[in-house]
Write a protein that binds this ligand. Structure first.
Ligand code: GLN
Length: 487
């Protein structure tokens, strides 16, 4: 039999339901794998070994009682920005070191109710600000395909954990690319759902109008199963949609005859795209044509403004959201005698350099006299970006594009150059600005490192997005490769 840590969610589900394996065995295999490889990969901030064993025993009881759901007994890793009552939630910040939330995030609660098994909390860039996990206050996660490479970010721990077989699936958050980009760098599947599809309650907020929680998995089918469990309306998040949650797994098919796929004219030959990435993506478009899809050139005129408008909108919202970390209510608290001095010292010592940079950029963009020139203008451009997509989706069913312009870069390569770091998200940010779903899937290798394409869909078009991704995955088989450095 396949090793337990190589199982997909779908395969593990069948074995658990058929009582061929137990959830406790599955949890133990993953905890053992973490003990063996995480010294190298460093995906986890907190390993939840005791909790996992208890949850696995509960899952076995639920299965025995005939109450299994898709995620029952499945080892899941959680980005350490999702609140959990039974493990610390740090957002990879010194400011929140040791903080234990009094409540579970809604996605965490849904997984707990489904009797999933939490194996741990994963590393991220501090408060999800970054593209490499190098902004974590604790350590940098390593890419399982090349241990001198970044795993991407900000959800790099969650993507590395799934690529390294330390968890079957995991959750991350994507504000400007933080699920799709690390999934791409680690050669796995990562999906950002439509804004409003998944409740953000209990996700430590970075930029509230952009943040969205989503799944990492090694197959599109597994991502669909996890997405189904975490989606749906939540009265605790006013922006969550009341729409019904479709059966995402049932939407998967392999025939793309008649499906129209947009290829963004402005992104073909875009400066900064590595030739190996370009070649792998073009080969993927050819595969799509062979699968019966019609490739249609489309134009997204305003997408080139997505990155600059994001770096006004996201820091502006971050500066407001991070105001609550004042050393009084949570986490680190430096008592400097008077209140103002205590705030200043706690925030001065608690936040890292990138978080401070975002707070300063955001505060500036929101200040009197600049608000209209920056924030309001960015909101207007955001509307234009969204309209471009609306027009495109009148002609096509989904869009295919590179996930990132490069493969995983070397650790340390971009730490001194914030602009070079920000460019890693040039193809992912437009979907966040427009609130659209996007899924990254492996599409080949360049210099032995994974390349990824993303499929973008119309708002609440998760089904077609997943279907288009699944058809390519089945035809190409790239998802079957495993990272040798941690084999
Ligand atoms: N890399 C982007 C940033 O630094 C996006 C991060 C994210 O999606 N959380 O803001």
């Amino acid at each position: 039999m396949t090793e337990l840590t190589d199982l997909t969610l779908a395969a593990a589900r069948d074995l658990l339901d058929g009582r061929e394996i137990s959830a406790v065995e599955l949890a133990d295999a993953h905890l053992e794998r973490i003990a063996t490889v995480d010294e190298k990969v460093q995906a986890f901030i907190t390993v939840m070994a005791d909790q996992a064993r208890t949850m696995a025993a509960d899952a076995d009881a639920a299965i025995a009682a005939g109450e299994a759901q898709p995620l029952t007994g499945i080892p899941v890793a959680l980005k350490d920005i999702l609140c959990t009552v039974d493990a610390p939630t740090t957002a990879a910040s010194k400011l929140l070191e040791g903080f234990v939330s009094p409540y579970d995030a809604t996605v965490v609660k849904r997984l707990r109710d489904a009797r999933a098994v939490f194996v741990g909390k994963t590393n991220t860039d501090e408060f999800a600000m970054g593209s490499s996990t190098e902004n974590s206050a604790f350590f940098t996660t390593k890419n399982p395909w090349g241990l001198d490479r970044v795993p991407g970010g900000s959800s790099g721990g969650s993507s590395a954990a799934v690529a390294a077989r330390e968890a079957i699936v995991s959750l991350g958050s994507d504000t400007g690319g933080s699920i799709r980009q690390p999934a791409g760098f680690c050669g796995i599947v990562g999906m950002k759902p439509t804004y409003g599809r998944v409740s953000r309650y209990g996700l430590i907020a970075f930029a509230s109008s952009l943040d969205q929680i989503g799944p990492f998995a090694r197959t599109v089918e597994d991502a669909a199963m996890l997405l189904g469990t975490i989606s749906g309306h939540d009265t605790n998040d006013a922006t969550s949609s009341p729409r019904d949650v479709p059966d995402y797994r049932a939407a998967l098919g392999e025939d793309l005859t008649g499906v129209k796929l947009g290829v963004v004219t402005e992104w073909t030959g875009q400066e900064g795209v590595e030739p190996g990435v370009q070649a792998a993506c073009e080969a993927a478009y050819d595969t799509y044509a062979e699968l019966g899809a019609e490739l249609v050139p489309i134009s997204l005129d305003y997408a080139k403004y997505a990155l600059p408008t994001y770096y006004i909108t996201a820091p502006a919202e971050a500066s407001a959201n991070l105001a609550r970390f004042d050393g009084i209510k949570y986490g680190m608290s430096i008592d400097a005698g008077d209140v103002l001095e205590s705030y200043l010292r706690t925030r001065g010592e608690g936040f890292g350099a990138e978080v401070k940079r975002r707070i300063m950029l955001g505060t500036y963009a929101l200040s009197t006299g600049y608000y209209d020139a920056y924030y309001v203008k960015a909101q207007k451009v955001r509307t234009l970006i969204k309209r471009d997509f609306d027009t495109a989706f009148e002609r096509v069913d989904a869009i295919v594009a590179p996930t990132s312009p490069t493969v995983a870069f070397s650790i340390g390569d971009r730490t001194d150059d914030p602009l070079a770091m920000y460019l890693a998200d040039i193809f992912t940010i437009p979907a966040n600005m427009a609130g659209l779903p996007g899924i990254a899937i492996p599409c080949g290798f360049s210099e032995d490192l994974p390349v990824s394409i993303q499929v973008l869909g119309p708002a609440f078009g998760e089904e077609i997005t997943l279907k288009v991704a699944h058809a390519y995955e089945r035809a190409s088989g790239w998802h079957e490769r495993r990272p040798e450095p941690v084999a």
